[in-house]
Design a protein around this ligand. Structure first.
Ligand SMILES: Nc1ncnc2c1ncn2[C@@H]1O[C@H](COP(=O)(O)OP(=O)(O)O)[C@@H](O)[C@H]1O
Ligand SMILES: O=C(CO)[C@H](O)[C@H](O)COP(=O)(O)O
Length: 558
């Protein structure tokens, strides 16, 4: 039955909230949206029952995701003022690699009363960085054995991904590991809740699950890591794969009751918040690098050829769109770093001045910093407060600020931190270019796009034009585009993106004088980056070890 003037719903699951957007299929117009904050946010210090967590842990609670379906989706429909009968499809994208340990029927282990106090029964959020030891062992063994898949991940597997997190689970809580039937990406878990069927999406399976050319790492490789890990793929991970934009199934009666949408409509295969956004910017062609800039930054770009880029997150055939090689890189901390500075290091008089001006502390610091000549603050920072995802792939790295004096002001440091993240992006772009995957344009989405000083700094530092995805909900719009394809309204994702995508071209262009001034600072950044990040001085790793030992002593005496 065809529906007149159909609409679709895209749901974007972020780090702290889920957002739903209602989009008209015919022209991509966004008719309404709504946000729902997760009640438990991110668990970093303790479980809901007070059980303490270790250093670098980051967990989530599955009912928070269902609450997004129950609240944000109906609120978006109401805001759009559309009859739910017009909705022909829904799709969701998620942070990744965010992993849910479940029973055979998809029940998360943390929901079983006997496991409510067990940290490993909970969802490990993408920024759970406590599996670096396991990641180091995976990388060392893979390099020694010359595993063919390793170059597809830039030579290093991240502690954020399925294998490192899974191995940590096995080694630290074997009982929970034994009780777990599926180790599920949250992107697929939510589709499972919507359709009643578990379909593993090709995007996370490729980038985060080491599925290359139809194969996972071998049982021999896994056994060498830990004999009990030999059957990890067969027992916990392997599952039929769904391609991006395909229909995973139909909305169940239960999910229809949660969302208020018609039972039986198309539900698209799950996707990752970063990769899905390329469709929202109609940026699916080689050379178009999409940077999703919020808490963290993800960089995704298609290429027509397979290349090995050192330190990239990965390259996956059809990982962004069918028919092209999808490349991914990222910076684990970006907005998070500015947020940390604002909440922990800004004096009360700055907060009061921002309040008096009716603006956020971010905006206040930005205004103060914007007038400075480049380099006037005398500072260089390293943007590793949440570790380094690309190109060093090391989450034991930490932040650095060089040049602080008694004259240094908060706005100086704020600007230096923004510049550091821009230098981090330039490092990624240069590494891609050297490997034969050049970026010609940056297409920006995410919360940081609203900071115009920051955007101009990125254009100057990278010497690239910046286009901006005009939707405030870039990933959710990308999901809506995938929902339209899954519902059969368009033949494929590029065709839907060409009509439904939203982008303003060349909003920022590089200023050559500024770019030249940044070259000098970037050279200093690179010196520090290589010194601390490439093994000349492993002080950051030693400090982490000292911190872990000190924390363990406190826990033991508690
Ligand atoms: N004016 C600003 N300039 C720079 N960063 C900002 C500004 N306002 C908020 N932030 C940072 O932006 C991040 C949130 O980005 P957003 O895209 O909304 O979230 P998410 O990445 O979770 O989807 C936070 O980390 C916050 O510290
Ligand atoms: O690594 C990712 C994608 O591959 C994460 O999803 C991302 O870094 C988290 O996104 P956000 O900063 O928008 O919460």
């Amino acid at each position: 039955m065809s529906v007149p003037d159909p609409v679709v719903v895209g749901v974007d699951y972020g780090t702290l909230s889920g957002r739903a957007v209602v989009v008209r299929v015919g022209d991509g117009a966004e008719l309404g949206s709504a946000v729902h904050e997760y009640a438990h946010a991110v668990l970093t210090e303790a479980l809901p029952d007070g059980t303490p967590l270790g250093v670098d842990w980051a967990l989530q609670v599955p009912s928070d995701y269902i609450d997004v379906l129950r609240h944000a989706v109906p609120a978006a429909i109401e805001a759009a003022g559309v009859d739910p009968a017009r909705v022909i499809g829904i799709a969701a994208d998620f942070t990744a690699c965010t992993m849910v340990p479940t029973l055979a029927d998809g029940t998360p282990l943390s929901e079983l009363p006997q496991y409510a106090g067990r940290p490993h029964a909970y969802i490990k959020l993408w920024k759970h960085h406590a599996a670096q030891g396991q990641a180091d062992r995976i990388n060392e063994l893979a390099a020694r054995r010359g595993e063919a898949w390793l170059p597809r991940y830039g030579g290093l597997i991240s502690s954020e991904w399925e294998f490192a997190k899974g191995l940590q689970l096995l080694e630290e809580d074997p009982e929970i590991y034994g009780a777990m039937r599926h180790w599920v990406e949250a992107a697929d878990w939510i589709v499972w809740q919507l359709t009643g069927e578990y379909v593993r999406n090709a995007c996370t399976a490729g980038y985060k699950g080491i599925l290359q050319d139809g194969q996972y790492p071998s049982a021999e490789f896994l056994a060498e890591l830990n004999p009990d890990f030999a059957t990890f793929v067969a027992d916990k991970l392997d599952h039929p794969i769904g391609q991006l934009g395909a229909r995973a199934g139909s909305l169940t009666a239960q999910a229809a009751a949660w969302t208020g949408l018609p039972e039986g409509i198309a539900v698209a295969v799950g996707n990752v918040d970063a990769h899905v956004t390329a469709a929202a910017g109609d940026a699916l062609r080689p050379g178009q690098m999409v940077a999703i800039m919020g808490t963290s930054t993800c960089h995704v770009m298609n290429g027509s050829e397979l290349r090995e880029v050192p330190g990239m997150c990965g390259v996956v055939d059809g990982g962004i769109v069918a028919g092209l090689w999808g490349y991914e890189a990222g910076q684990s901390g970006v907005g998070d770093i500015f947020g940390h500075f604002v909440s922990r290091h800004v004096p009360a008089d700055y907060v009061a001045a921002a309040q008096a001006a009716g603006i956020s502390v971010h905006e206040h610091l930005t205004r103060l910093a914007a007038a400075q000549p480049i380099g006037a603050h005398g500072l260089i920072a390293l943007d590793w407060h949440s570790g380094n995802r690309s190109v060093l792939v090391d989450h034991e790295l930490s932040g650095v600020l060089v040049g602080e004096t008694l004259a240094t002001k908060p706005e100086d440091i704020y600007r230096a931190l923004i510049e550091a993240t821009a230098f981090g992006t330039r490092t990624i772009i240069e590494t891609f270019a050297k490997a034969g995957v050049p970026a010609e344009e940056l297409i920006i989405s995410g919360g940081l796009a609203k900071n115009t000083m920051l955007m101009q700094i990125y254009s100057d530092v990278t010497r690239l034009p910046l286009s901006v995805i005009t939707s405030e909900q870039g990933p959710a719009l990308g999901s809506a585009i995938h929902a339209a394809v899954a519902a059969g309204a368009y033949p494929d994702v590029p065709a839907a993106a060409a009509v439904m995508g939203r982008v303003a071209r060349n909003v920022y262009t590089p200023d050559e004088a500024a770019a030249a001034a940044y070259d000098e600072l970037f050279a200093e950044y690179t010196t520090l980056h290589d010194y601390f990040g490439r093994g000349a001085n492993k002080v950051m790793r030693r400090l982490r070890a000292i911190q872990r030992a000190a924390t363990a002593k406190v826990e033991a005496t508690a």
